[in-house]
Ligand binder design. Sequence first.
Ligand code: BGC
Length: 746
Amino acid sequence: MKKLSYIVLLCLANLLSFAQTNTLTLREDNIDEVINAMTNEEKVTLLVGARGALVPGAAGYTCEIERLGIPMTVLADGPAGLRIQPKREGTDETFYCTGFPTSTLLASSWDPDLMETVTTAMGNEVLEYGVDVLLAPGMNLHRNPLCGRNFEYYSEDPLLSGKMAAAYIRGIQKNGVGTSVKHFATNNQEINRLENDSRVSNRALRELYLKNFEIAVKEGKPWTVMSSYNKLNGDYTQQSKGLLTTVLRDEWGFDGIVMTDWGVKDNTVKSAKAGNDLMEWGNPVEYDRILAAVNSGEISQEELDRNVRNMLNYIVKTPHFRHYNYSNKPDLKAHAAVARKAAEESIILLKNQDRLLPLEDGCYKKVALYGVASVDFVGIGTGSGEVNTTHIANMQEAMTEAGFTLDEDLAEYYRQYVSQQQTIDKMEQSNRWKYRNIREEIAVSAKAIALQAKEDDVAIIVIGRNAGEGTDRTLKDDFELSATERELLQNVSTAFHALCKPVIVVLNIGGVIETTSWKHLADAIVLPWSPGQEGAYAVVDILTGKVNPSGKLPMTFTVNYMDIPSSKNFPYSWDMTKGRKGDRKNVDYTDYAEGIWVGYRYFLTNREVSYPFGYGLSYTTFDYSKPKVKADKDGFTATITVTNTGKMAGREVVELYVAAPDGGLEKPARELKAFAKTKLLAPGESETLTMKVSAYEMASFNEEHPAWETAEGNYQVLFGASSVDIRATASFRIGKAQSWPVKMIW
Ligand code: BGC
């Protein structure tokens, strides 16, 4: 009897556990249990991207495992907005997204709060269109101005880049959707991006190329990181355990998933072992390789489970896991207003001779608007960073809407040319990667310009440059103006100036161009970069003074291209036929021989520039007073009072640079360590800004030991309106050197 009841009990228990296994579905609190219930085949499916159709135009998916309640999740591009297909078969409904300003323009705001507002709106579109992760922010440093993707990135400086990226992440993730910080790391050129080996010193890596990612990961806490295509010091980044596990997870505390950039590499097993959890966009060969390695023991059960656990921890956070009922109807109108405001707060005024701008009311009614980009305005860029918007406003529309009268013949001339070009593009365009890197300018005869100068009150020339992934920009006809552009500038300047009428240049560009040789021809230069779908309106708001410009340069505008140290090691005149595979300098490998001497770190003490890092004009003036620094055991707190001493309300960015004491490692003359932006200050109004810097943030990297080190001695704190325009200083002393040792990786 006893024996019988024991057997009954045992059966009951088995039945119960069978029922449990069968009803086991993923919850936030049962991840280990789910892992135990998974077969190795199921585990491996989770590590390889899937094909899906949930959101047409999304870049990728993760696998569903129905029996365990593990949903498919959706990954789609940014960074200037969500990139999905705007139209779908079988419905008249549309799925357009907002084209926000590009990253370079947002960085020019030097305003993390503004960034967070922008990406809070952007993240709402991600959520409402049924996407779980936005594949953004892109945040590789602007090592060289010709990198084709610089418009998707922020700055030459790691602090500005890191802080803006952290704000980007916070805004998106507030919506309960994720981000993917990319491309980790040293994807600083597009030419041969799949294979190029970035050869970088430990110091430059730590202080520059990893520093911005470190800040973004620690302060933004992204759900995911995307490893880059390229190699770093010999290993593909997706296969570098040092990068993905030792640095990213062990040192920086990252607890999300790492996914590859889109494609397949040999040695998937090495990627999985290195801590690259997810292979995107997913290929059956990757599944086979991982499973075979699990079966042979090359990938241990522990390693497999670690990656699967990361995946499940990610999945339980997603809207698809929560069964979020997305509307497909984000408020595009409200988001357009956010995009316009963001552009207004970020546009940079480079030149304003004799206070031409803002244009005096009523004096400049009739406008001669030149440049192909005045119609074919570059809102964003091409490649995966493109956004399918309902429209991109152009300068003709924006000027007309603001009440200006355009020289109609001239306007029509450009409209017709652009429409013809668009037809040619449509006929030729075989894939979305095609891009015209330059808005190929057309000539306007000197005779026509002379007549326009008589008729019109002011000339505005829009110079356009497009850019996109997969290729870098060129030196000739892109970084440098084309012959037609030069001629146009010269002729317009001569004709209009002869009649004492002003010339304004609008730089609608995705990356830095040469300005020294022609800037004297313009009375005012406005730099909106690629400012998104509403950017043209924002430019006009700046011209009319509806908005007072407050953007500042997130990088240096040099005099010549070859002044830039990295130009010696950048494929600016790439010729694929040169050299054998594996041997081509700057194509198969790129030496970052300039080390830490990137951007202003180099130019401050070495060469004249056209416009320095951190530079930007306002229609008002600001006074800096009462600089104070209070040191504490973890660094210092600085305060500075900014007063609007001009006649127009405006905002000012204060840049805090630190000059370290002599001795120890050789350092740049000063480095940006904090920044802050005032609210809109009315004339006469003041605001005291507070900035905190920790001792760790002041440290330099000693590659001998290796460790971060803050030297003992007197430090100078410089409050700048740009990297060269220092308005106030203070100092403090670090009594005892500090050191933060790390593991040697490269
Ligand atoms: C790009 C990534 C992008 C991915 C998915 C790749 O070619 O490098 O930035 O997220 O495609 O579209």
